[in-house]
Design a protein around this ligand. Sequence first.
Ligand code: GMT
Length: 372
Amino acid sequence: MKIAIVCYPTHGGSGVVASELALGLAERGHEIHIVSYATPFRLRSFSQNVYIHEVEVASYPLFKYPPYALGLATTLADIHEQYDLDLIHAHYAVPHAASAFLAKQVLRSDKIKVITTLHGTDITLVGADKSFHRVIKFSIEESDGVTAVSNFLRRRTMKEFDIERDIRVIYNFIDTRKPDKFNDCARERYAPNGEKIIMHASNFRPVKRVSDVVRIFERIQREIPAKLLLIGEGPERLFVKQLVKELGLNDHVWFLGQQDYIEQLLNCADLFLLPSEQESFGLVALEAHVCGVPVVGADTGGMPEVVKHGETGFLLPVGEIALMTTKSLALLTDEQLHAQFSKAGRSRAVTCFDREHIIPQYEAYYDEILGK
Ligand code: GMT
């Protein structure tokens, strides 16, 4: 098949999933055209069957805001004319699904199909904004196929947008071979005296509640020697740094910035914290599990579909810092319990979320939408 994959190029989960899907499909012989405003970081090196198209947006003194959605639609139409695409797979509804719809209209073609994958914040945060609501609903209804990354997100989309059409749940996935390839994390660099290593990675937006991570860590390190590794960049980073300073934790917290492949770091973590307000799936929790790292986080959104409470981690109500601390300490101080959760998490990742299991589900869905 010839497939255009539209995605964000950044470190967020939707861009990672779209990039890994592109690589997986390309390996299976499909011709993949990545369409984005920059080259996604996971696709910077050459891959057979993957073509990168960066969208250019004309600037003009009249434009207060560059019309990216129009540039994207034009690029998609151009790519179709040159390569004769079978389908456009838009990751993240805003504005990708609307641009894909527009491209199809511009081409006046019923042959090319549009599939939209909803990732989470496109529905729960951006989608909840009145200024986008009608267009998102329209784009979902007009796509030839729609997938959501969790049952939670499917239900939420149907309710929030009053959608009656079918939405297929296809879970996010992971390459479970990675931990063997990346096993060079030096624990001693971050925890020279054998301290426990707690980790969090996110885009440091309010929805991630990174200050909860710091407060939980502060309570943990009162009881046992521990270090906190914070990965990522985002609007709350400075605020979090200030909190770390105020709590007297400067010597215990590492800010590691944006990392392209966090598996290397996860390999030396003892615990991953994800206390988000909302998480439609929680790809990073799956990344932790594949490295055998138990997760303590919030019982929200699609998190229970990834982390099995009491088996691979603990999920507590949003904001319950005290309970999250208690469960973290239980895992960090009981070696047997930790080993049991670590094994169960890794095994869950391999059994339920391996790329070899999920990518064929996308292929089958493409066939179905193309009427093959
Ligand atoms: O987490 C974010 O805010 C980024 C966002 C994205 O679009 O990259 O993540 C969403 O999509 C991921 C991939 O499907 C999911 O794993 C995340 O749970 C989801 N984030 C939220 O729902 C907050």
